[in-house]
Design a binder for this molecule. Structure first.
Ligand code: FES
Ligand SMILES: [Fe+2]
Length: 347
């Protein structure tokens, strides 16, 4: 009997291969400094994150194989993790190298932490608790020095899928973000747009909307959104901006873009944490505080409504809820995740 495997399986809430073998963001890189043990939860599985002195982040089950104590309550010393209960000491590979009750003995082979795949990219810590089936989706502007990148969040939502769908839905702007991303008294009609399903996700053609405060510069813009849903819990848009400020206090540039890369950490079926990275190439660049202030406002407005949606778990059977032509991306999103065999957190 494999003791390690049985304990870890018992603790798992999700059995969907499509989710288990995918990468999930569980924190910002800045959340984990050397010496800290940071407890996080991914799909009901409790994990501990820690950073070694060489900078490498580790993600393990938050569980000591000896008697099941939480490793996150222990200590990091000399690049080892020491369990708070009986002091079993694990090295960076997860191997137990010391049992203090028997210091002269080599610990048995099975005395190991349960380790997971981990990467840092785009200011986020990504974990895969299964076998990664693909790479982390590319953030197209990340390596382009013309773009300033700002991480924002975390933002708490209930359903991670409903939060992702909301991120890709321009018809809510005039109502949820009146005076910011749309005009309450004059909502934009959503013209027909196209959604293409590719091996890298769902990609839309541009959707045009009017925005009184469409980006951190706080000026009215005409915005053209092109969405990409890379993975069930990773989405992105690139917004082309034309300043429509009648007083022309700001001059725009044809190349102005505001991009957002969004990730949803599913804590459990009805709890999620959204973290984003915004990329802008304006001249002059907005301050980091301006970017965060606007995002904090917009995501608080979203959560206030999205968290009222029922059922909390998103229905993926298109016979549930009503779909309009203007919701094409949402419809395709639901059908796409259903086609992947995802059952966790969906209805
Ligand atoms: S439970 Fe961790 S050392 Fe005993
Ligand atoms: Fe929104």
């Amino acid at each position: 009997m494999n003791v390690v495997k049985n304990i870890s399986e018992d603790l798992q809430g999700c059995q969907d291969a499509a989710l288990l073998n995918d990468w999930h963001v569980v924190g910002f890189s800045t959340d984990v400094t050397p010496g800290d043990l940071v407890a996080v939860t991914l799909m009901e599985r409790d994990l501990v994150l820690w950073r070694a002195t060489d900078g490498q982040v580790h993600a393990w089950d938050d569980l000591c194989i000896h008697r099941g104590a939480r490793l996150s309550k222990g200590f990091v010393r000399n690049d080892t993790v020491i369990c708070p209960y009986h002091g079993w000491t694990y090295d960076g590979c997860g191997t137990c190298i010391l049992i203090p009750a028997a210091p002269g003995e080599k610990p048995m082979k099975k005395a190991r932490a349960i380790t997971h795949h981990v990467h840092e990219r785009y200011g986020f810590i990504w974990v895969c608790t299964g076998t990664p089936a693909r790479d982390i989706p590319v953030f197209p502007e990340w390596d382009d020095p013309a773009y300033q990148k700002v991480n924002c969040g975390p933002y708490r939502f209930r359903s991670g899928y409903r939060a992702v769908e909301n991120f890709m839905d321009p018809s809510h702007f005039p109502f949820v973000h009146a005076g910011v991303n749309g005009i309450y008294d004059n909502p934009d009609p959503i013209p027909p747009y196209e959604v293409e399903e590719t091996a890298d996700g769902l990609f839309t053609s541009e959707v045009r909307v009017t925005q009184p405060y469409g980006d951190p510069r706080q000026v009215p813009v005409i915005a053209y959104y092109a969405y990409k849903c890379f993975r069930p819990l990773v989405a992105y848009f690139k917004k082309r901006l034309i300043i429509s400020d009648p007083a022309r206090q700001h001059e725009g540039n044809e190349a102005d873009r505001f991009c957002t890369y969004l990730t949803a950490q599913i804590v459990d079926e009805q709890t999620s944490i959204i973290r984003i990275c915004c990329a802008t190439n304006f001249d002059p660049q907005p301050t980091v505080e301006d970017v965060r202030r606007r995002q904090d406002l917009v995501y608080a407005q979203d959560a206030a409504i999205v968290d009222t949606q029922r059922p909390e778990r998103i229905p993926v059977d298109l016979r549930q809820e009503l779909h309009h032509r203007s919701d094409l991306l949402g419809q395709k999103y639901r059908a796409w995740i259903k086609g992947m065999g995802i059952t966790y957190g969906v209805y």
